[in-house]
Ligand binder design. Structure first.
Ligand SMILES: *[C@@H]1O[C@H](CO)[C@@H](O)[C@H](O)[C@H]1NC(C)=O
Ligand SMILES: *[C@@H]1O[C@H](CO)[C@@H](O)[C@H](O)[C@H]1NC(C)=O
Ligand SMILES: *[C@@H]1O[C@H](CO)[C@@H](O)[C@H](O)[C@H]1NC(C)=O
Length: 283
């Protein structure tokens, strides 16, 4: 008998055995899938629990830092350094070493930004614009135009949740969009040179920054930015515009004459290197 021509009876027996084989095969496959699912779910639970524990530990350690008197000392020192444009080496490294990390990671920087933006929003919602289109608000575009580009990929946003530049960018943008939707005429300024105007405008547009009325850029690299911006503000006043407020996280934008009625200083992380400001001047 040729094997590939089996008798009808034999064929049915083979089919019957095939069926049993298939059934047990399915059972094994189902079992494996079930086991795999069980392993994945328990793995997920373990990861979640570990994450919660990690956060708890982080918060506990952060609270410990806050109880540490050097935390307050370093924060006030940072404020003083910022007001006086001192460089980061005024910080006693041994005392203030990790404090900035906690300030940003534990969420205090985010809370400070949130409160400052809320204070500014409250102010603007209480001010009545005159009906002559002469009221303007000046805003530091460098607070949202960071060196890093956060706008290229949404994934980067999530990864950078506790990145100080990212946080400042987000809150400055929030304030910008709020003012823009309340129809405040906005004049932006940046420390970037005039020759980068097209690229900068493009960058602003790509971030959803529309509707500003003009963009002040550096035409003169010899003058420091504080003097340069003061001169630009005086020109705005001479054109008959009223500066309602200047908003920036950088002190060089908040000093000098013709600051208008109000200045809003966005907070910086404690260990921000104030040399950065002079570096951006030279670009
Ligand atoms: C500040 O935080 C509160 C509470 O989380 C939130 O409702 C509010 O929108 C935040 N404000 C800004 C300007 O992000
Ligand atoms: C604002 O001025 C325009 C004319 O420039 C006038 O038509 C309008 O009624 C004024 N609005 C208010 C609220 O005064
Ligand atoms: C900027 O763009 C304008 C047109 O949008 C163009 O005429 C000008 O040459 C550009 N400038 C530079 C420096 O690329």
């Amino acid at each position: 008998m040729i094997p590939n021509h089996p008798l009808p009876g034999m064929r049915s027996r083979f089919n019957y055995e095939d069926g049993i084989l298939m059934k047990s095969l399915y059972a094994v496959v189902y079992f494996c899938m079930f086991a795999l699912a069980l392993v994945s779910i328990s793995g997920l639970i373990v990861v979640i629990v570990m994450k919660i524990k990690y956060r708890e530990r982080l918060t506990a350690e952060a609270l410990e830092k806050y109880r540490n008197p050097s935390y307050d000392y370093c924060r006030h020192l940072a404020f003083h350094a910022e007001m006086n444009s001192l460089s980061a080496d005024v910080f006693p490294a041994t005392i203030c070493k990790d404090i900035n990390t906690w300030y940003v990671k534990e969420g205090q920087y985010r809370r400070d930004l949130n409160i400052t933006v809320r204070i500014a929003e409250d102010f603007f919602s209480s001010v009545r614009k005159k009906n002559d289109s002469r009221d303007v608000v000046l805003m530091d575009a460098d607070d949202f135009l960071t060196m890093k580009t956060f706008d290229t990929n949404r994934m980067i946003y999530r990864i950078k949740e506790d990145d100080a530049d990212y946080l400042k960018h987000i809150f400055a943008m929030k304030l910008y969009l709020k003012l823009q939707s309340s129809r405040w005429p906005l004049i932006l300024f940046t420390r970037k040179p005039e020759k980068l105007r097209n690229a900068t405008v493009e960058h602003l547009t790509s971030m959803g920054c529309h509707g500003w009325s003009s963009l002040i850029m550096r035409k003169d690299n010899k003058m420091n930015f504080q003097e340069y911006l003061s001169r630009e503000r005086s020109m705005l006043q001479r054109q008959g515009l009223r500066i309602i407020a200047v908003i920036s996280s950088h002190m060089d934008a908040l000093r000098g004459p013709f600051l208008g009625n109000h200045v809003f200083k966005l907070p910086n992380p404690i260990f921000r290197n104030h040399d950065d400001e002079s570096r951006t001047h030279l670009e």
